[in-house]
Design a protein around this ligand. Sequence first.
Ligand SMILES: [Zn+2]
Ligand SMILES: [Zn+2]
Length: 298
Amino acid sequence: MLKTFSAGITASLILAASAFAQAGFEVTELEDGISMLANARAGNVAVVEAGDNVILIDTQMPPFLEDLEAAVMDVTGGRAPTLVINTHFHGDHVLGNAHFAALGAGILAHENVAERLANPVQSQLTGRTPEALGEEFLPDILVSQAMMLSRFGVTGEVLHYPDAHTDGDIIVYLTDANIIHMGDLLFSGLFPFIDLDAGGTVNGYIAALDEIIGFTNAETRFIAGHGPLSTRDDLIASRDMLIEGRARVAALVEEGHDLEAIQAAAPLADFHEAWNWGFITTERMVWTFYRDITGLTQ
Ligand SMILES: [Zn+2]
Ligand SMILES: [Zn+2]
């Protein structure tokens, strides 16, 4: 439908893309056959219909799975996913895997996702160790680097960023539609979680954003792992905040301050109002920079 309008009208229609609520999820149809499904409490999900294939990008977690399934079925006219793509191993993106595998979906993920789900390590940020997950949650189609999605009927590819958010992140680039599901390589307008216990690094995260900014354009639409549907400007803002924030903390480390003194100096004070949120508070962001720079947790 949109293609019949002039370019200028299309642009404004895209921003007003039809959004409606379904079983606790806000569903936004981005293109014919590509929808974003969001609730505020776990990672954003996308549904891609391509011929006989129904692809679900990330699976959220209990207690949302019945509602998520209902929203997916509503979008697809009753067709269950045939393929799940996991952007990475964190629970709010994969704990629905078994639910959708039981409906018949295969599960595609980076090979490090399989390893981390089966052999979890403790997070120094939260102190928690995730439970090891059974066979029914594990991916059965493993990606080591990039992979074209043509065998699933989709013009697009998955791209791997090895040392950004975790060591097993992939993004899903739907090239024809100019839409990317970023997984947790984008916390839009929020301090990002950079999982230093699982292969993430601040400079790797900055480099990943930089590379993606480089091959996309002002029309590209980005589904963030967390936060609203985004544009390339949101990636640029996130990258620039990380570069500036890390440099400020590095300067304090260089002057010989310890973590306590750096927290007291509040180097991210002017970022607080815009970027602070429940999980990655300003204090946790400072901690992340400090640990990334020094290798120390206190
Ligand atoms: Zn997440
Ligand atoms: Zn994550």
